[in-house]
Write a protein that binds this ligand. Sequence first.
Ligand code: NAD
Length: 264
Amino acid sequence: MDVDLTGRTAVVTGGAAGIGRASAVLLARCGARVFVGDFSESIEDPDELENLEITVSRCDVRRESEIQALIEGAVEATGRLDILVNNAGIGMVKPIDDVSEEDWLNCIDTNLKSAFFGAKHAVRHMRPLGGGAIVNMASNAGLLPRAHDPVYSISKMALVGLTKSLGLCHAKDRIRVNCVCPGPVGGTRMMNADLDAADDRGAAERAVISASPLALAYNRMIDPHEVAQAVLYLVSDAAMMVSGTAIAIDGGKSLGVPPAVQTH
Ligand code: NAD
């Protein structure tokens, strides 16, 4: 997609790795000044981020004060905020019996509360500019809940709801709020952690691919860059009339029950 974001400032949370990193890189390649916040000090290929003049700061999105500081740092440096990508997230594969209050808070605070408070501080700076774009990284689990990760599914379904609610509230400010619903995305720390935890990694990978009709047809997972393209579209002027939507980049996983896998 040919998009020029020159002169625009973007904040991307969870940009040290995976989808957030791919999104930060793509926005920067399109000309945006990008500020990444992540609580991990392990940044994938930091040289590439430095070459693109992407500023990386430590930020735990579970704390409002840290998201506020990330956003205000970007505004202090550039005088504006045009784009916020609330991408940081964690998985939580546990049945209800095993979920502690701490697990619940960790998952909901990371995946949901962070996006609400990120939006709160972004809106303050976008409103005076006459508009802006917020993209929340939800999941196919935000469109169809899954049996193996109820807390994660709840967090992502609520994130889709938050997207619609804030899209409705801030259209008058010309602030667009949308979400992307990926899955399954290969090469991410989240996916690798799930596969590494399986007894048979190969079988687990085949099962993940088989649950998504297009992933199965291409015999591969979705690439983080393919998700980043949806982020780029949603923050671009091409999406000027798009708000409150949830774009599934999930190879059709949320469409329903896929056809049975051929075993011969
Ligand atoms: P990832 O683990 O590679 O990247 C997530 C990043 O978020 C990491 O850099 C991590 O350090 C950061 N992070 C986590 N908690 C944080 C916190 N409290 N404060 C700041 N940073 C924090 O995984 P990913 O797949 O790139 O995940 C990005 C988003 O995509 C998440 O919201 C995830 O739920 C969503 N998602 C991923 C998949 C998938 O298959 N990988 C599918 C659907 C949705």
